[in-house]
Design a protein around this ligand. Structure first.
Ligand code: PEP
Length: 257
């Protein structure tokens, strides 16, 4: 779709300290420049741990690297007595463009609810951060409710507080495919992505739905990315494990070569 620039996003999870992050981002940028990667044609974003963000910001701005970056979570609050939380205002100040919200690891390991996800989406937009909203069903959900029901309900809930046309990204990540080596099929990803675009049309209108990137995530590798990218409603990938390996992540980014 000409209205949507593909986005390949690397979720580092709790990997790479700030020194490792500097070396990694530098090498990744060199590798992609060496390969003449067209950053305007396929956007690249990385999501380091909070403690790396200042270092990544400094490097990206000093070397004018064409990489976007963001955080892996954000507080629903702006400031105050919320020990351990990180405000969207702080992330915006560090020139984060994106923030991941509602990753399945936060929903399961930290019991994040749809309501909390919605509050974080509202907070991100308030601070001019693009929320990268993760939705996806567990294996049990898939068996009980079929492929789209849970991701569709999660996206509706996440957008509950969003009223005006908004800059957002959606990632469809089936929980059973994350870190399992068992990716969804491109057909499965397309089916759910199309349903999610339907939710965007319903809630935010056709225009926003047409320009919103919907990513697939879950065991994406250089060997399967091209097939996902051929699907009309899949506009990129959220990559976990494979985003920590520079040659592999670079091959995923250059999927069209
Ligand atoms: C993720 O954590 O968002 C993810 C998709 O992980 P992986 O690529 O390792 O399955």
């Amino acid at each position: 779709n000409p209205r949507r620039t593909p986005l390949i996003a690397g979720n580092w999870k709790m990997n790479l300290d700030h020194l490792q992050a500097i070396a990694f981002v530098q090498k990744l940028a060199w590798n992609l420049k060496d390969a003449n990667h067209d950053f305007a044609a396929v956007e690249v974003a990385v999501f380091p741990p909070f403690t790396d963000l200042r270092s990544v910001q400094t490097l990206v701005s000093a070397d004018k690297l064409p990489l976007a970056f963001g955080a892996q979570d954000v507080s629903a609050q702006d400031s105050g007595a919320y020990t351990g939380e990180i405000s969207g205002a702080f992330l915006a100040q560090l020139e984060c463009q994106y923030v991941i919200i509602g990753h399945s690891e936060r929903r399961t390991l930290h019991n994040e609810t749809d309501e909390q996800v919605a509050a974080k989406v509202t907070a991100a937009l308030k601070h001019n951060l693009v929320p990268l909203i993760c939705v996806g069903e567990s294996a049990e959900d898939l068996a009980t409710h079929g492929p789209s029901a849970v991701p569709v309900a999660q996206l509706r809930a996440a957008l509950a507080g969003v009223t005006n046309a908004a800059d957002i990204v959606v990632a469809y990540e089936p929980v059973w495919a994350i870190g399992s080596g068992q990716a969804a099929t491109p057909e499965q990803a397309e089916q759910v992505a199309a349903a999610l675009r339907g939710v965007l049309t319903e809630t935010l209108g056709q225009d926003v739905a047409d320009k919103t990137r919907i990513l697939y995530g879950g065991s994406v590798k250089s060997g399967n990315i091209a097939a996902f990218m051929r699907e009309p409603n899949v506009d990129g990938a959220l990559v976990g494990g494979a985003s920590l390996d520079i040659p592999e992540f670079s091959s995923i980014i250059r999927y069209h070569k």
